[in-house]
Design a protein around this ligand. Structure first.
Ligand SMILES: [Zn+2]
Length: 303
């Protein structure tokens, strides 16, 4: 376990010890459970039962269990952060921006940078144990409003190619895969066509504080006919096997050749943007624009 993880995630076993975390790599510690508001030990009544949602989702790939993964995916999936009754959090190991890095996470931008086909570990942490049989779902959505109704899929080039498709459990059109789990189940919502991947939530192993899930992305963000440079968000949710959401976390993901370089460039750009914003505010405080213009005119040298 890395030092960064210890700093950002240590000591969150109980709700009262959750601290706001703006710099660390944890998603969701700020709006997790607060103060004495202890979460209910029993999950609330499910919003819908398996019997009324059986037609909502179709499994793609091998079957896992007949009861798993029924969920009615809304047309526009929510990206709202939700700690839920079990204090669901998502963490990333501290990661470098070295040239050789195959993935890196910017907590400043809440953005993951990852190379295509490479494995990226995400760490799940819960304050309280959820009911047995809960699932973790990963679903990509487009970030911008003008694209959000479109389903995020792989580009035709990668979908129809042989590499990373032959002999794979995952259907070739899915962008996001979960590696290292033979029981990952690939789903396609019958109504919206949204694709997602589900695995059983496993509690942390003895001596560990978190559960690791290995994600991989099967297209570049720049893939023509696929994401086509449109930014995406990845929604990670904790769900009951009936599809009730018990927690949700969300981050932006960019799949690119040089994760470290792109992260550095984006972070510098964001800082410059904030600098400009600060300067603009100062200008506003200095007086109306017309006054500044006339002042500048007076100071300007004669032509
Ligand atoms: Zn592609």
């Amino acid at each position: 376990m890395s030092a960064g993880l210890l700093v950002s995630c240590a000591g969150m076993e109980t709700p009262s010890r959750i601290v706001p975390n703006s710099q660390g790599n944890c998603l969701g510690s700020t709006n997790a459970l607060h103060g004495n508001q202890l979460p209910p030990m029993i999950a609330p009544t499910p919003l819908h039962t398996p019997s009324d949602s059986t037609s909502a989702e179709e499994s793609e790939g091998p079957m896992m269990s007949p009861t798993m993964g029924f969920s009615m995916t809304p047309c526009i999936p929510s990206t709202a952060e939700y700690a839920g009754p079990y204090g669901f959090q998502l963490c990333f190991q501290q990661s470098s921006t070295a040239k050789s890095a195959t993935w890196t996470y910017s907590s400043e931008l809440r953005k993951l940078y990852c190379q295509i086909f490479k494995t990226c570990p995400i760490q799940l942490k819960l304050v309280l144990s959820p009911p047995v049989g809960c699932l973790i779902r990963a679903m990509p959505v487009y970030k911008k409003a003008e694209h959000v109704t479109e389903v995020v899929k792989r580009c035709p080039n990668h979908e129809l190619g042989r590499d990373f498709n032959e002999g794979q459990v995952a259907p070739p059109s899915h962008l996001v895969r979960i590696e290292g789990s033979s029981v990952a189940r690939y789903m396609r919502d019958g109504e919206s066509g949204r694709q997602s991947v589900l695995v059983l939530y496993e509690p942390p192993q003895v001596g560990s504080e978190h559960t690791t899930v290995l994600l991989s992305f099967m297209c570049n963000s720049s893939c023509v006919g696929g994401m086509n440079r449109r930014p995406i968000l990845l929604i990670i949710s904790l769900e009951t096997h009936e599809g009730q959401v018990l927690g949700r976390r969300c981050f932006e993901a960019r799949v690119c050749a040089c994760p470290g370089r792109d992260r550095r460039a984006d972070e510098e750009g964001a800082r410059r943007g904030r600098g400009r914003e600060g300067a603009f505010r100062k200008t506003c405080r200095a007086g109306p624009l017309s006054m500044q213009v006339s002042r500048r005119r007076r100071l300007a040298p004669p032509p």
